[in-house]
Design a protein around this ligand. Structure first.
Ligand SMILES: NC(=O)c1ccc[n+]([C@@H]2O[C@H](COP(=O)([O-])OP(=O)(O)OC[C@H]3O[C@@H](n4cnc5c(N)ncnc54)[C@H](OP(=O)(O)O)[C@@H]3O)[C@@H](O)[C@H]2O)c1
Length: 208
């Protein structure tokens, strides 16, 4: 599969490095590896199936796009990316406001993304735990849950497979109307992390 990842930081770097073991990963970046030693290190760690390209050219061949920038950059990134028609767009961003509130009064970040690229197949995912969990989702033999939602069932299935490949347990939460709940769940995760629990925790859905 061909993935384009915007954001080479905690989330984009972690997921891109891991997916590059099985997929072609192209990081859409503002700087070249020659200009950015951290990007050069990431590409070296990710191996031969990883590369980088400027935002203007990085999306044409992508089957899956991962948004892993600050929420404040999403409009600019999508303007550079174009329509992304038919592509799966995974929104891992969290719109965080003052005092660990949701930054948007209504709706969700993912719904905003979907409105900006209406021909894309938007899935909210990889936003409800810290990047360390996506680097290593194993908690003593139990896999962390990977909550995801989106209006396209086929896109949800593909994202679930991409999560399962990393050792996560995908939880299909249904349509994109669920995205605000996932974004609020991220706020709970962050509040626990900064409240003393640290970053070594994850949510797991129990079923019987
Ligand atoms: N950190 C976590 O554990 C975690 C967990 C779940 C979800 N998230 C969400 O994931 C997103 C990324 O978080 P992060 O911690 O990975 O951030 P980060 O480490 O600060 O990395 C942000 C990345 O976004 C890039 N970027 C910023 N503005 C850009 C623009 N206009 N165009 C292109 N690239 C741009 C940066 O590139 P430059 O180097 O060029 O600045 C950098 O590579 C956030 O929305 C966050 O809420 C984070």
């Amino acid at each position: 599969m061909k993935l384009t990842i915007v954001g080479t930081g905690n989330i984009g770097g972690t997921l891109g490095r891991r997916w590059a073991a099985r997929h072609d990963v192209l990081f859409a970046t503002r700087r070249t590896p020659a200009e950015d030693p951290e990007l050069a290190s990431l590409l070296a760690a990710a191996g031969p199936r990883a590369a980088s390209a400027p935002l203007a050219t990085a999306f044409a061949d992508a089957e899956v796009v991962l948004l892993a920038t600050p929420w404040s950059a999403v409009r600019e990134v999508l303007a550079a990316a174009g329509a992304l028609a038919g592509k799966i767009v995974i929104d891992a961003t969290n719109p965080v406001g003052p005092g660990l509130t949701h930054a948007l009064p209504t709706g969700s970040g993912a719904a905003t993304v979907a409105a900006l690229v209406p021909a894309a197949r938007v899935v909210k995912a990889f936003n409800t735990a810290g990047f360390e969990v996506y680097a290593d989702p194993d908690f003593g033999g139990e896999a962390a849950s990977l909550f995801l939602c989106g209006d396209d069932a086929g896109a949800r299935r593909v994202v679930g497979e991409l999560a399962a490949e990393l050792g996560l347990a995908p939880v299909d939460c249904g349509g994109l109307a669920q995205a605000r709940r996932l974004e609020e769940l991220a706020l709970l995760w962050i509040s626990l992390a900064v409240g003393g629990a640290g970053r070594g925790h994850a949510f797991r859905l129990l079923s019987r």
